[in-house]
Write a protein that binds this ligand. Structure first.
Ligand code: ZN
Length: 599
């Protein structure tokens, strides 16, 4: 088999116009006509995104001669037959400020390989070399930050290029090429070691007085807790199979939240207000959320980037990859993310119970959980979870939040039935040993729907077949009150307030208050109101478009009172009569049995 690498060059050529120039050199193209394609989606975000629509121009040369490229579908091209070296050049527009694609301006550049690097079809397993070229002189203090390993043959490369990162990188195949996102610019950066392994934290965006030291201390604790969790004996960081360091790359914005996992890095978006600044005695409330996000994405380094559902081993980047197991991958990760904050002593037990209670409240809030199972929600992620609308709370369940509650339910079941000798931790470690540890060293098998229950039995001796079929494949609620009681935790439900309710969620739109969701079976639904109705007045009193406006008006009423509600539906004024209801006890409260309930 020929091992000629595919060579790529990435160059930010137009910062103001947000354009990268990307060339791809294929030494041995398919003589019948080489096909190339850009991924239709990015692993970790289960929606067809058609990244190829951001390719402004594409052209090919065979040796010195231009050759024709014919587009075959949304993201695939075929070059005319070429017996020499084929070079394909694209100009890619990069102005999507998200963790999923690419972004470029005079302050920084960010690239996911799935947005810019074409795949040579049939040569996906060839090694890839990537040259990252610096931008023009106006950004001469820029450096490159990525977990992608530097090329092995570096003799001819200047040390200054290696220091700035504008140099050559090398990976084993296309799958690796698109799994090491690249940040370039002059961000705030810090390095630390966790269990001896190199980690880098970078923050792009303006953040005056960011307390990088505090963040580094906390993140290191989280990383060490997770490395020791999965590998208590060797304490070896998982990413050392394909990189020399792990990179947390955070884009800081006014209001944003999100993350995407990769094999040796993660791209995050965080709100400025959630980050601690130097001199603050107490970190902002949202800092816990930021650390939870860090913990979540880092946990994915093991769980979903190496332990994978069989549908992702390997990924098919040209179409949807259906699996019924996202509740295990996103759900269990959502269970362990906060738990790892507790285990690394970054948060207190009280704070942990509050986070868990909030997660329980979220799951129990929506009736969609009685209609869709988390197995179905996983399978339909592409068309339902990632395409939510006003009716989603009434129609679907989240494989993240209910998946996390199932993880808790399984953890408690295993603890109870094994006299506290085993827990879900043993399952995670066996999954890691069996499926994750050697994933990038060639094993590349993922777990099937049947293998999970067997793994649980093997790791703990407990049969959770009935629980999995009821909670994950059926729509039963996890019997949390009973299960938590066996471990000395009381679960109670409280009304969020005394104010009677209509059972709606509102949002501000221009200077109007609009019904965002109408919850099935509650007062507004019974009285005929609909999502997207625009509030005008309640009992003749104007409803302002301010936060809490609706609650302010309703606080003057009792449950059982009937109110006349005027709304605009399209451009027609309508009146509805709504009988207000007592708020449901929808706030979960967890307390350690016997302890003073002061929540
Ligand atoms: Zn996740």
């Amino acid at each position: 088999m020929n091992q000629k690498p595919i060579l790529y060059n990435l160059e930010p050529i137009d910062l103001a116009g947000h354009r990268f120039k990307v060339t791809m050199t294929i030494t041995d193209p398919d003589p019948r006509g080489q096909r190339v394609a850009l991924p239709a989606w990015i692993p970790g975000s289960y929606l067809i995104r058609d990244f190829a629509r951001q390719i402004e121009t594409i052209e090919a040369r065979c040796g010195r001669k231009p050759v024709l490229l014919k587009k075959l579908d949304n993201h695939t091209w075929r070059a005319d037959p070429c017996q020499s070296t084929l070079v394909i050049t694209t100009i890619v527009y990069a102005w999507d400020l998200s963790v999923r694609s690419a972004h470029l301006d005079e302050s920084h550049g960010f690239v996911n390989g799935t947005s810019v690097f074409l795949r040579a079809i049939g040569q996906e397993n060839q090694p890839c070399l990537l040259d990252v070229s610096p931008p023009s002189a106006q950004a001469k203090d820029w450096k490159v930050y990525t977990s992608m390993p530097l090329a092995k043959a570096r003799k001819s490369i200047k040390t200054s290029a290696i220091r700035s990162g504008f140099t050559r990188y090398e990976v084993a195949n296309y799958d690796a090429l698109v799994d090491h996102p690249i940040e370039m610019g002059s961000p705030l950066a810090a390095r630390f070691k966790a269990c001896g392994a190199e980690h880098e934290l970078i923050f792009t965006g303006l953040i005056p007085n960011l307390d990088l030291q505090r963040i580094t201390t906390d993140v290191r604790k989280i990383c060490e807790a997770q490395i020791r969790f999965f590998d208590p004996y060797d304490q070896r960081a998982p990413f050392l199979d394909s990189a020399t360091k792990y990179v947390f790359m955070t884009m800081v914005v006014g209001d944003g939240y999100g993350g995407l996992e990769h094999r040796a890095s993660t791209a995050l978006i965080a709100s400025r207000k959630d980050l601690p600044t130097i001199g603050q005695s107490k970190a902002p409330a949202g800092y816990e959320t930021f650390l939870g996000l860090i913990s979540h994405e880092y946990f994915h380094t093991w769980h979903v980037k190496r332990i994978k559902p069989s549908a992702f081993a390997p990924y098919d980047l040209s179409r949807e990859n259906h699996t019924r197991l996202l509740w295990i991958f996103e759900g269990f990760t959502s269970y362990y993310d906060d738990l790892m904050l507790l285990r690394s002593n970054v948060i207190t037990k009280d704070a942990y119970l509050k986070l868990l209670a909030k997660q329980i409240s979220t799951v129990w809030a929506n009736t969609g959980r009685h209609k869709q199972s988390v197995a179905e929600s996983s399978f339909d992620a592409w068309t339902r979870y990632y395409k939510q609308d006003e009716n989603s709370p009434n129609a679907i369940v989240s494989y993240y939040t209910k998946g996390a509650i199932i993880a808790l339910g399984l953890d408690l079941t295993i603890r109870n039935q094994s006299d506290n000798k085993h827990s879900l931790d043993d399952v995670m470690r066996l999954l890691w040993k069996r499926y994750g540890l050697d994933f990038y060293r060639g094993a590349q098998t993922g777990i099937t729907e049947n293998s999970f229950i067997k793994i649980v039995r093997e790791a703990t001796g407990v049969d959770v077949g009935d629980e999995v079929s009821r909670w994950a494949y059926g729509t039963d609620d996890v019997e949390l009150k009973e299960l938590l009681a066996t471990q000395g935790i009381d679960l109670d439900w409280r009304e969020p307030s005394q104010t009677p309710t209509m059972g709606v969620r509102t949002r501000k739109q221009a200077d109007q208050l609009v019904l965002a969701n109408v919850y099935e079976g509650q007062a507004a639904h019974k009285g005929g109101l609909s999502a997207q109705d625009v509030f005008v007045a309640i009992d003749g009193l104007r409803v302002e478009a301010t936060p809490g406006a609706l609650e302010n008006i309703l606080s003057g009423y009792k449950s059982g009172d009937q109110v006349e509600v005027h709304v605009f539906r399209r451009d027609e004024l309508r009146a509805f009569y709504i009988t207000l209801e007592k708020p449901m006890p929808s706030d979960c409260v967890l307390t350690i049995a016997g302890a003073q309930n002061n929540a």
